[in-house]
Each structure stands twice: as structure tokens, then as C-alpha cells.
Design a protein around this ligand. Structure first.
Ligand code: CO8
Length: 257
């Protein structure tokens, strides 16, 4: 498959997707979205791939939705075309994926990073929802996911002032899982992705589904959902293999069945 705005490569069982519009600081336009939808769907469908890393450049993960593409649009255009609703197809990805963020992750860029299962940040990363300065607001889930990640106070301040949050603060606030030197970000993210890719694949999908359920369901229902998935994994060959491998003191050999 050929792409113009992203680069896609496979490193063993890990897919690396790099946003590649350097002239626009990786601003997310409709073409980027269409290509990401394809790349994520191909990843989800490829039995040889078990984790994905999405990254940008050292200067910018993505500096937002493409302002030049949105500038002339009216309400009827946006509402009629359900502009950018396609991002839901990226968040529907069943297998795990990580955002590796260097530089600016602003507006839609911050929102896409927050769609990932978790974020690893380079030490110069800057997160922000500056849409208010353009007389709009987050529109791809930013107000909701930021509030879940960092709490109301910081989310509200960031959405109302457009202030950027640096990597260290983002780690303290729970927005990112860890901060690494900018120059080793992609390698570090690929290492973590390789660790995830080496896990039994069905258990990885189940773990992702149940953690995500914590953001959708009341506690008692979430615990029930978890238990059903846990019970279900006892129907897999990999559960037999995993427990036998433990008892026989050897590594597990996963079939994904
Ligand atoms: N869209 C389009 N082009 C962009 C964007 C963007 N978001 N960001 C940067 N660019 C372009 C610039 O226009 C410039 O292009 P040119 O050379 O042709 O003038 C090039 O990238 C380089 O940018 P700068 O010269 O501005 O670089 P600086 O290093 O001086 O500044 C900044 C970097 C601070 C990141 C600055 O570029 C900036 O403030 N960018 C905009 C950030 C922003 O406001 N992002 C939010 C956008 S709105 C949004 O994301 C809404 C999401 C919800 C949509 C939901 C729809 C349903």
C-alpha cells in the first residue's frame, strides 16, 4: 500500500507509523486521516503484527488539525460531512498501540495522542489544546480525554487558556506513561511495543478492552465485564500453553488461538 502523508514500516511484530507532513508540522488533514484509517485497519487485520507505534518528527508529533483546510468551512459543511468522525475508526483499533510524542502535540495532535492506549513522551514534548485561540474548541475528544487523564482543573485551564504542558508535568499529571530523551524516543517506544507484541495476543486485546471499559462503565458492571473476559480466556489454547509453560518453567509459545 502506498501513502503520501505517513510512513509505514514493520519491525518484526511491531508496525511503526510516522506522520510525514514536515512542511505543515504534521497538521492532520483529511488525507492524513484517510491514510491513518487504512494503515490502522491493515495493522489490525495483519496476524503477524501485535503492537503499533504512532509518532511524528522531533519538532512536532502534530501541530493540530489542518487550520488551512478548516478555515473556509461553514457549519453545514462540517455537520453535513460529519467532519473528522473517521477518527472513531482509529480509536476502534482492537490491538494495542502507543503514541510516541516528540515536540508539539497541539489541538488535534494532542487529541490523537490521547486516542492511543498510552503515550510515551520525549523530554521536549509539549501538549496543548489551543483551539480557543482560533475561536473554536477541541473537536476530536480532547476535552473529554484530557479531563479523564489529568482531571478537571488542568484540563479546564488548558482548554480555556491554550497553555501548553511540558513533558515532565504531563508525566506528573498522568497524561504520559514516561518521559525519555527526545533522541531515543522512537527506539524506547519500539522496545515497549516489542514487549507488548511478545504477549499472548488475545489476552492483550482483552486487557485493552477491559481497561478501556473502566472509562465507560460503572464499577460493578466494569468488574463483571472484566470477569467475563477473564473466564473467556480459559477457552483459548494460549491459556493452556501459558499455564503449562509456567509449571514447566519455560517461556510460553503463543498461537493467538
Ligand atoms: N494547520 C495548518 N498548518 C499548520 C498548523 C496547523 N495546525 N500548524 C503549523 N502549520 C504550518 C504553518 O502554517 C507553517 O506553514 P507555512 O510555512 O506555510 O507558513 C508551518 O506549519 C510551520 O509552522 P510555524 O511557522 O508556525 O512554526 P513555529 O515553529 O513558528 O510555531 C507552532 C510552531 C507554535 C506549533 C505553531 O505552528 C502553531 O501555533 N500552530 C497551530 C497550533 C494550533 O492552533 N493547533 C490547533 C489547531 S485546531 C485543531 O486542532 C482542532 C481539532 C479539532 C477538529 C475537530 C473537527 C471535527
Amino acid at each position: 500500500m502506498s501513502y503520501e502523508t505517513i510512513l509505514v514500516e514493520q519491525r518484526d511484530a511491531v508496525t511503526l507509523v510516522t506522520l510525514n507532513r514536515p512542511q505543515a508540522l504534521n497538521a492532520l488533514n483529511s488525507q492524513v486521516l484517510a491514510e491513518l484509517i487504512q494503515a490502522f485497519a491493515a495493522y489490525d487485520a495483519d496476524d503477524s503484527q501485535h503492537c503499533l507505534v504512532l509518532t511524528g518528527s522531533e519538532k512536532a508529533f502534530a501541530a493540530g488539525a489542518d487550520i488551512k483546510e478548516m478555515q473556509a468551512q461553514g457549519f453545514a459543511d462540517m455537520y453535513g460531512s460529519n467532519f473528522f468522525a473517521g477518527w472513531e475508526r482509529v480509536t476502534d483499533t482492537r490491538k494495542p498501540w502507543i503514541a510516541a510524542v516528540n515536540g508539539f502535540a497541539l489541538g488535534g495532535g494532542c487529541e490523537v495522542a490521547m486516542m492511543a492506549d498510552f503515550i510515551i513522551a520525549g523530554d521536549k514534548a509539549k501538549f496543548g489544546q489551543p483551539e480557543i485561540k482560533l475561536a473554536v474548541t477541541p473537536g476530536m475528544g480532547g476535552s473529554q480525554r484530557l479531563a479523564h487523564a489529568v482531571g478537571k482543573a488542568k484540563a479546564m485551564e488548558m482548554c480555556l487558556t491554550g497553555r501548553m504542558m511540558g513533558a515532565e508535568e504531563a508525566e506528573r499529571a498522568g497524561l504520559v506513561v514516561r518521559v525519555v530523551p527526545a533522541e531515543s524516543l522512537v527506539e524506547e517506544a519500539l522496545k515497549t511495543a516489542a514487549e507488548i507484541a511478545a504477549m499472548p495476543p488475545l489476552a492483550a486485546i482483552a486487557a485493552k478492552e477491559m481497561v478501556n471499559a473502566a472509562f465507560e462503565l460503572p464499577l460493578a458492571q466494569g468488574v463483571k465485564f472484566e470477569r467475563r473476559l477473564f473466564h473467556g480466556l480459559f477457552g483459548t489454547q494460549d491459556q493452556k500453553e501459558g499455564m503449562a509453560a509456567f509449571v514447566e518453567k519455560r517461556p510460553g509459545n503463543w498461537s493467538g488461538k
